[in-house]
Design a protein around this ligand. Structure first.
Ligand SMILES: [Zn+2]
Length: 288
């Protein structure tokens, strides 16, 4: 049996990170899976509450499980940014391999209490499930933003991170280290890149000794990503870049073939467009 924990621990030993790509339709899933198979690198597919609402919670989990079994491939499914215990429980029961329980908008003590409660409830359903907690502010919404949020006030403090990990029992921590969800227009145009607080990542890793996820990876400087992985990041989330590529691929196909109505003749363009982004990110995360 392939387990997400084993894959993450092996990747950590090899000094590489696992790519986490959000999906909300079959085009994105096909693109992500095709890219991962081409490079023979394990991947995690993510779906936020809204993405799960659109595709169906059990349906996403079942699709990913069927790919894992039919192709004997390390592809896993994560319930991204889950804000309530009932939604987290629903994900665990549906067969998700990991759950991001995100109570980071609450004050520290409440975040600890709610996350600890979620860890206990989810491990009771599936002892092998990985639970990720979030500490700090990485913004909301994987969209195109008009202006940059003030990231400095929400950065994760290493001592607080240790206290958070110790008191909640989480398997994975999502810190705020200069990363943010979504992209600015200038980032979509490639004029501006996100930069990360590498020293803070190293301090959080050494204080917590736990698996770390970098959320909001889209638009991040390549060299910063390499350094972040070397400093202890184990999973990198990419969503907005895929959404941009999805839209561009679709627009291109529709413009090129204005009379075409057959979905499987239009959608492969979107698959290819997304796949190119996934290939390039996977190569980077995999140290190639
Ligand atoms: Zn996120």
């Amino acid at each position: 049996m392939r387990l997400v924990r084993d894959v993450l621990e092996q990747a950590q030993k090899n000094g590489i990170a696992i790519g986490h790509f959000n999906i909300s339709d079959l085009v994105l899933l096909k693109a992500v899976f095709d890219a991962a198979r081409e490079l023979n690198l394990p991947i995690v597919v993510g779906a936020s509450q809204e993405e799960r609402n659109f595709m169906g919670v059990r349906q996403i989990a079942t699709l990913v499980q069927s790919l894992r079994e039919d192709f004997d491939f390390s592809i896993f499914v994560n319930a991204d940014h889950t804000h309530s215990l009932p939604k987290a429980v629903e994900g665990a029961r549906a067969g998700f391999d990991a759950i991001v329980f995100d109570a980071s908008a609450l004050p520290f003590e409440e975040n600890v209490a709610r996350t600890k409660e979620a860890v206990e409830a989810l491990k009771a359903i599936n002892p092998l499930i990985l639970v990720e907690g979030e500490l700090g502010d990485i913004g909301t919404g994987s969209q195109i933003h008009d202006k940059a949020p003030d990231l400095l006030k929400g950065l994760t403090n290493p001592e607080e991170a240790k206290q958070f990990v110790d008191s909640t029992g989480i398997d994975i921590l999502a810190p705020a280290v200069g990363n943010m969800h979504g992209m600015l227009k200038s980032m979509v145009r490639g004029e501006k890149k996100k930069h990360l607080d590498i020293a803070r990542i190293a301090q959080i890793k050494s204080a917590t000794q736990v698996l770390l996820t970098l959320h909001g990876g889209s638009g991040t400087d390549d060299e910063d990503l390499r350094k972040a992985i070397a400093a202890g990041i184990n999973i990198v989330h990419v969503k907005t870049e895929l959404r941009v590529a999805w839209r561009h691929g679709l627009e291109g196909a529709l413009a090129e073939r204005p009379a075409e109505i057959v979905p499987y003749k239009i959608l492969p363009f979107a698959v290819e467009s997304v796949k190119r982004v996934v290939l390039s990110r996977l190569n980077l995360f995999g140290g190639r």
